[in-house]
Ligand binder design. Structure first.
Ligand code: ADP
Ligand code: MG
Length: 620
């Protein structure tokens, strides 16, 4: 449990002065607060002395002055003690926020560095829960938990010290009920925490359900699944409510316990100490001091169980965060980078083999283990001995059924996928030995599916270069044939897209993605079935535009609609990760293999659909 605290070392040492300052303040405030019962007891004894002095010939005036001073001291100690206590809170809770802010940022930075495949193995919900709940628990650990632990410890030391000095025997008797109450409170805390965890999990499930239902509204409506959906939602909502009621009950039991503890201890002290006082074995002031200390200790003792289980929860959260921090970042620059002499964009692929390992053997969160087990996928060979050359300025077309490895091939070339040395060469140098940002700058990848951020269309286009001039954005939008659609959009280029804005049609999304990459003017352009949802006519226009734009640049274009590939210098037909046919369009038609068969099938279908605006081929 304690070894997980290691993770906090850098943050503690960064802010050690604050933590140390907070500690000093806590000790100071407790020294002041625990002196009050002592002086109070003293004042009572003085009063008693005064009462006797009235009968005996003594100087009551002197005693009265003494009493006044004691009362003044008590007031000052109470006020200063309170202020110092508040200051300790400000310092410690403040620094815990600072430290956790750093933890959160480091976690996010680390998540950004992980391999894309990590995210395919991991449910977003699990990651969200770590970023939100676990970080919050760590904050609890660094802030309130640390503070209460130190405060309670100091209180015990000071209070028990004073009590022991007065009467060790009575101190022991007063403490007798403590273990029982600590145990009772600990049990409630345990209930609260396990139920809180369950409830958090339920809330996660509930949000996932809402998310799914809301995103899937179209399907739910089409399939008339509303009742089914409502039942599923209500079942989860009811479980969630049940858990929260249990938590509230356990919480409600803690306060009476603390009151009970204070009272029971006080009664014990009164029962044993009362007669002793009457016999004159201890003063009335000492008795009252004891009772005041017991009242002071009741509350922190009642919450002790809670603090201990928060501590456990915090260290468990640290363990879960460490699990993420321990996953090595992917795709780092190689130790020795080589810089190609040219930037012309020639590509050579030699006997490229890509194997996706069994995801169960890859780093994953422990929550994902069961899910991965269920999926039970094994290591798979996705690309098997692929070789081809794309001299600078040429166009390579790639065709093949879904799952044949087309996307994987492009991802390797775009350096989004780890590649072993000596397989892929960009501008004559090994891709694996080049700086990743150089490759990313020179190779533009338009993925099959685009993600639009909630930003304006212009910002979405300028994603790769946020400072791009208006002219360049307009030019890219023009080139990607997105410009003709602008009048349809409310604010043209300034239309908000994504979650809160207009959702573009499939074809518009694809053209936005294309414009995004064209803006960057990469030397190599990779298109992953980018025009699949664009109507045939526009697609042809874009291809025509690309032909002039890509002069001197290298293009690799994956397409299901084979007419798209007709003009390519070389077409590769992939099947199960192998190139089974290759050549120009004419050569492949001549060959009479799969390519030819597919081409003719598509030709017939387009003729049947009356050529024109149908979406070409299936989308992968
Ligand atoms: N990150 C991954 N982890 C494991 N398997 C993957 C991953 N990405 C793709 N695959 C698998 O590799 C095969 C080829 O996928 P892909 O390259 O997307 O084919 P295509 O683009 O031709 O449809 C598929 O069987 C797919 O399930
Ligand atoms: Mg694909």
């Amino acid at each position: 449990m304690f070894h997980e605290l290691r993770l906090l070392r850098p943050y503690l040492s960064r802010y050690w002065a604050y933590f140390a300052g907070g500690l000093v303040l806590i000790v100071g405030s407790l020294a002041l607060r625990t002196v009050i019962p002592v002086w109070f007891g003293g004042a009572i004894d003085d009063l008693e002395g005064m009462a006797e002095a009235v009968e005996l010939p003594a100087d009551p005036q002197e005693l009265r002055d003494l009493l006044l001073w004691k009362v003044l001291f008590i007031v000052v100690a109470a006020v200063v003690g309170g202020v110092v206590r508040m200051a300790s809170r400000v310092v410690l809770l403040g620094v815990s926020r600072k430290a956790v802010h750093d933890v959160r940022n480091d976690l996010f930075d680390h998540l950004l560095e992980l391999a894309p495949s990590f995210y395919t193995r991991t449910q977003t919900g699990h990651l969200m829960s770590r970023c939100v709940n676990d970080v919050q628990n760590v904050q609890g650990l660094l802030g309130p938990v640390f503070m209460y632990m130190v405060e309670t410890l100091c209180l015990y030391v000071f209070a028990l010290g004073w009590m022991w000095k007065v009467d060790p025997g009575l101190t022991v008797i007063a403490l007798l009920p403590f273990p029982i109450f600590i145990e009772l409170a600990r049990r409630q805390a345990l209930i609260i925490h396990t139920r809180s965890r369950d409830s958090q999990k339920k809330l996660g499930e509930l949000s996932a359900r809402v998310d799914e239902s809301l995103s899937g509204q179209q399907v739910i409506k089409t399939m008339v699944l509303e009742d089914f959906d409502r039942e599923r939602f209500e079942a989860r909502a009811t479980e969630y409510r049940g858990l929260n009621i249990e938590i509230s009950r356990a919480r409600a039991r803690i306060l009476p316990m603390m009151v009970g503890l204070g009272s029971l201890s006080t009664i014990l002290v009164l029962a044993v100490g009362g007669p002793r006082t009457m016999r004159g074995e201890m003063t009335l002031g000492d008795l009252i001091m004891m009772m005041m200390f017991l009242q002071m200790m009741a509350h922190p003792t009642g919450t002790l169980g809670f603090v201990i289980s928060s501590f456990q929860r915090g260290t468990a959260a640290l363990g879960r965060l460490r699990e993420i921090f321990d996953i090595p970042p992917a795709l780092q620059d190689p130790p020795h980078v080589t810089e190609p002499a040219t930037d012309e964009g020639s590509l050579v692929v030699r006997d490229l083999t890509v194997r996706f390992p069994d995801p169960r053997d890859e780093p994953h969160l422990h929550e994902s283990a069961a899910e991965l087990e269920e999926v039970g996928s094994q290591e798979r060979l996705v690309l098997d001995g692929v070789s081809f050359e794309a001299p600078a300025g040429t166009t390579i077309g790639i065709a093949g059924p879904t799952g044949s490895g087309k996307t994987t091939l492009l991802r390797v070339l775009a350096r989004q996928q780890e590649v072993e040395p000596g397989r892929v060469f960009l501008d004559g140098e090994d891709l694996a030995e080049q700086r990743i940002d150089r490759v990313r700058r020179n190779v533009g990848f338009v993925p099959q599916e685009t993600f639009l951020f909630s930003a304006t269309l212009a910002d979405n286009v300028a994603l790769g270069e946020p400072g791009a001039s208006r002219e360049r954005i307009e030019e890219a939008v023009e080139r990607a044939r997105l410009a003709p659609d602008l009048p349809q959009l409310k604010d043209g280029l300034e239309t908000m897209l994504g979650e809160r804005g207009v959702n573009l049609s499939g074809g518009q999304r694809q053209r936005t993605a294309l414009a995004r990459v064209m803006l960057l003017q990469p030397q190599v352009l990779l298109l992953d079935d980018t025009l699949s949802a664009v109507d045939t006519h526009t697609a042809d226009e874009i291809l025509e535009e690309l032909k002039t734009w890509m002069k001197g640049r290298t293009t690799i274009i994956v397409a299901h609609r084979l007419t798209t590939l007709r003009g390519a210098d070389q077409i590769l037909y992939l099947e199960d990760g192998r190139i089974t046919e290759r050549g120009t369009h004419e050569e492949l038609m001549e060959l009479g293999g799969r390519y030819q068969a597919l081409y003719q099938r598509q030709e017939r279908r387009e003729a049947r659909e009356g050529a024109g605006d149908g979406v070409g081929g299936a989308t992968a």
